[in-house]
Design a protein around this ligand. Structure first.
Ligand code: FAD
Ligand code: UDP
Length: 386
């Protein structure tokens, strides 16, 4: 291959595709290398053999507060207005999650719920959010009882399934994503922009990457083409001076030289039913029973109109073993793992034209909007004309 690229981007998820498009728009020639046989990363969706639009790597709901991010994605798709709502199945009873005032009135009789509501408002304020670990510190006997109820019925079993650890043993920012909400608002997210891409996520990536300055290779592991050697990056054996943006796992990039970073992976089990719908909400969390964490029914989220067929997805979480068929989905954030990540990060710093971005490359818990924001910033840093 004689073609000279200005930049090589590894990974065609939101991180890679966003940087690629931004650079291409200002005239840079970009090669995107994607290991999977499709673009879109974990946001990839497709129509299954029953004609149902499903998310191959688990349910993805777009939500953002950053106007710049929303403006960017809006260029590549129209949006279907969808406000995600989740319920927990608690011994057969459905209760809004995050646990809120509506959940409170399901959990307790009216008189007690009213009293607790008042106490919550006095302690934290109306329409405020309080994390379960904070609420557990409250010394009022009834709020203490509530905290224990929410901990037992919403958090502990689900968290054990998802992380193999209790809420106290994991990064507090993780459970803080789903705080107790002193509100009647049943939505999972309160961001100002929420929705689902009208034609699915993959179409966004098709549109973003369809550019004369972008070449995309799928089904190719970038490490078969690139070599990192003593501060220099070689592309097909020759020194490559352009920018290299890497959105895969950083330990893999360096041959696990300091040891493997721990991750959680997921098994997705899809089932199709000859019915219009099988459950009440897009996602039901199983917080006190079952081995899977949640079941998602895609049609609720995608707004797809299709009669007589519906597909659901159960998620089973387990520790990532590094096996060929497993994908690392979640960094396990704690002091020890962050310290190991730091060693890889410092190694990466030795390569001046190498840029790490993404959930795996940065070993962080990023949502799509946060990754797009990071990618827009990185593209501007690499190329001030962006
Ligand atoms: P990815 O999407 O993982 O893309 C990285 C790409 O790099 C992959 O396609 C990978 O194959 C490729 N790659 C890696 N190594 C190599 C290599 N050596 N050579 C070539 N290619 C390589 N976010 C939300 O905002 N809302 C949600 O509802 C939501 N739900 C989620 C549900 C689940 C189950 C999971 C796992 C994540 C969810 N997310 C959600 C987060 C979202 O998936 C991420 O924010 C987003 O995927 C990050 O994009 P990325 O480009 O960093 O990573
Ligand atoms: N969580 C929980 N019960 C729930 C929902 C969430 O215990 O019903 C905890 C769990 O530890 C989970 C974390 O809160 O990993 C974050 O949940 P979120 O839905 O944000 O996780 P995501 O699916 O987006 O990774």
């Amino acid at each position: 291959m004689n073609k000279i690229y200005d930049a090589i981007i590894i990974g065609a998820g939101f991180a890679g595709a966003t940087v690629a498009r931004q650079l291409a728009d200002v005239g840079k020639s970009v090669l995107v290398i994607e290991k999977r046989n499709h673009i879109g990363g974990n946001a990839y969706d497709y129509y299954n053999s029953d004609g149902v639009l499903i998310h191959k790597y688990g349910p993805h709901i777009f939500h953002a507060n950053n106007q710049k991010v929303f403006e960017f994605v809006r260029k590549y798709t129209d949006w279907y207005d969808y406000q995600h709502k989740v319920v927990a199945n608690v011994h057969g009873k459905e209760m809004p999650v995050p646990f809120n005032l509506n959940s409170l009135y399901i959990a307790y009789d009216e008189e007690k719920a009213k009293r607790i509501e008042q106490k919550l408002i006095e302690a934290y304020g109306a329409e405020q959010k309080v994390t379960i670990l904070e609420l557990k510190k409250n010394t009022d006997p009834e709020l203490k009882e509530l905290a224990q109820y929410v901990y037992d019925n919403v958090f502990v079993y689900y968290t054990m399934k998802q992380w193999g650890k209790t809420p106290e043993e994991i990064d507090p920012n993780t459970t803080a994503r789903v705080p107790v909400f002193i509100s009647r608002d049943d939505r999972y997210f309160q961001d100002s922009f929420q929705g689902m891409p009208k034609d699915g996520y993959t179409k966004i990536f098709d549109n973003m990457l369809a550019h004369e300055n972008i070449e995309v290779l799928t089904g190719v592991d970038a490490l078969d083409k690139l070599t990192l050697d003593d501060g220099q990056i070689l592309f097909e054996g020759e020194v490559f001076d352009g920018d290299v943006v890497y959105s895969g796992a950083v330990d893999y990039l360096f041959g696990n030289c300091y040891g493997s970073l721990p991750y959680r992976t997921l098994d997705f089990v899809f089932e199709t039913f000859n019915k219009d719908y099988v459950q009440s909400h897009g996602t039901i969390n199983y917080t006190v029973s079952e081995d899977y964490t949640r079941i998602t029914e895609f049609k609720h989220m995608t707004g797809q109109v299709l009669q007589g067929k519906t597909t659901t997805c159960k998620e089973y979480s387990k520790s990532y073993s590094g096996a060929e068929d497993e994908i690392p989905y979640y960094a396990i954030i704690n002091e020890e793992n962050n310290a190991l990540y730091q060693k890889y990060f410092e190694k990466a710093q030795q390569y001046k034209n190498l840029h790490l971005i993404g959930r795996l490359a940065e070993y962080k818990y990023y949502n799509m909007d946060a990754i797009i924001e990071r990618a827009l910033d990185l593209a501007s840093k690499l190329c001030p004309e962006v």
